[in-house]
Ligand binder design. Structure first.
Ligand code: PMP
Length: 402
């Protein structure tokens, strides 16, 4: 057989990073690379109990379900979102197979090949892959610790006439940023005036460190939930477990209706077992106490990682201390390429993700993303020591090449 694949396969290429990280499988490598939650804190007993409660209801629970999602779960989520100042009804919502599918479905119904999508610099790697699969043209917008740069956004909106802006304003992946209120309002204002739809991706918003600051979603700042210029997606992956593959997306009913049709073509509906179990969790488990526990734990792990890095006294290395989420974004001295350093790191027995992978355009090669949620304190201490040795090696090599 001579296969005749679609041109789309080129956008599904395995990244160089994935290839390097494959080398880490099965070895005693400490991975600071993945975006994995802490397994010790998965609510295993509560999930088991939830599935048992579903199964106890009889054979009907194994039937096909609605594409829109299990209605009681959508109702639970409306209440959950109301706590965050987002007033939506189940008709404004679609349950998806993780928030990854929400990005994919919106791309299918909203973008044509060649359409411009504005993204942060850096941004979520797997969203770049989705937009590329649609042959969208990606344009990166500059930013700083407070979020996207409004002047650059305005300039690029005028110059490129984008259809969509994709953002992760609250504890972003990979940079761990939390946008200021002013930037959130500014982005909404610019996008509204220019008819640019905002896709707000919020998988990490619940993982906030400290109690003080409130980070309202851009969706909640939009005063027109009908005809809204924001589509908002979030997920149970970081607050319950990624294996349940359950996320949700809210937006204007017209947008949601089209996404629902696209979902029907993609997979009919997400797993009804998982959705029913999540509804049982809302009924019989204190999800908010659980979230408070993982927040405290992740904050402790973040503090531990930052203090370990400070102790190393790495020259010319800077980072942004995250206010939530799962990642620390590190800048190395200009002349050091993180992907090059990764080879030494793997030799030493530690892995991270080189930052260039997170840029849609103009990658910065002297950056890397470190995950602090998946390793315990002792493993993290060993991991950072190993990272230090890798850094010494790459610095020595760079010095001898000069
Ligand atoms: N968006 C961002 C920014 C992410 O980091 C992730 C997970 N790594 C996702 C979306 C997808 O999450 P899920 O499909 O598990 O809900």
């Amino acid at each position: 057989m001579e296969y005749r694949f679609s041109h789309m396969i080129n956008s599904f290429k395995s990244s160089a990073v994935r290839e390097i990280l494959k080398l880490t499988q099965g070895k005693s490598i400490i991975s600071l690379a993945g975006g994995l939650p802490a397994e010790e804190h998965f609510p295993l007993d509560a999930v088991r109990d939830a599935f048992n409660r579903v199964l106890d209801q009889g054979k009907g629970v194994l039937q096909y379900g609605l594409t829109e999602g299990y209605t009681p779960l959508r109702e639970d989520l409306c209440q959950h979102l109301a706590r965050k100042g987002m007033n939506v009804t189940p008709d404004d919502m679609l349950i998806t197979t993780g928030s990854q599918q929400a990005i994919d479905l919106l791309t299918r119904v909203y973008l044509d090949p060649g359409d411009v999508v504005l993204v942060e610099k850096p941004t979520y790697l797997a969203a770049i892959q989705v937009f590329n699969s649609r042959d969208a043209r990606l344009v990166s917008v500059e930013g700083d610790a407070d979020g996207i740069d409004l002047d650059d956004l305005k300039r690029k909106v005028e110059q490129h006439k984008p259809k969509l802006l994709y953002v992760i304003p609250t504890f972003s992946n990979p940079a761990g940023k939390a946008w200021s209120l002013e930037r959130r309002k500014g982005v909404l204002d610019i996008c509204k005036k220019n008819n640019v739809l905002i896709l707000e991706d919020d998988p990490y918003g619940e993982l906030k460190f400290g109690e003080d600051t409130h980070y309202p979603s851009i969706f909640s700042l939009d005063e027109h939930p009908k005809g809204s210029c924001v589509v908002y997606t979030s997920t149970f992956s970081k607050v319950v477990a990624p294996a349940l593959r359950t996320g949700w997306v809210v937006g204007d009913p017209e947008v949601i209706r089209h996404m629902t049709r696209a979902k029907q073509a993609a997979d009919l509906h997400s797993s009804t077992m998982d959705q029913q179990a999540l509804h049982q969790l809302f009924l019989h488990f204190d999800l908010y106490a659980h979230i408070a526990t993982i927040r405290r734990e992740y904050e402790q792990r973040k503090n531990h990682m930052i203090s370990l890095m400070k102790q190393q006294n790495w020259e010319g290395v800077t980072w942004l201390e995250p206010k939530g989420g799962m990642f620390v974004w590190v800048e190395l001295p200009e002349h050091i390429q993180a992907e090059h350093m990764l080879k030494y790191a793997v030799e030493e027995g530690v892995a991270f993700v080189p930052g260039f992978a997170f840029y849609a355009t103009e990658p910065k090669h002297n950056t890397m993303r470190l995950n602090f949620t998946h390793t315990d304190n002792e493993q993290m201490r060993i991991g950072i020591d190993r990272l230090s040795r890798a850094m010494d090696k790459v610095k020595a090599e760079a010095a001898s090449a000069r």
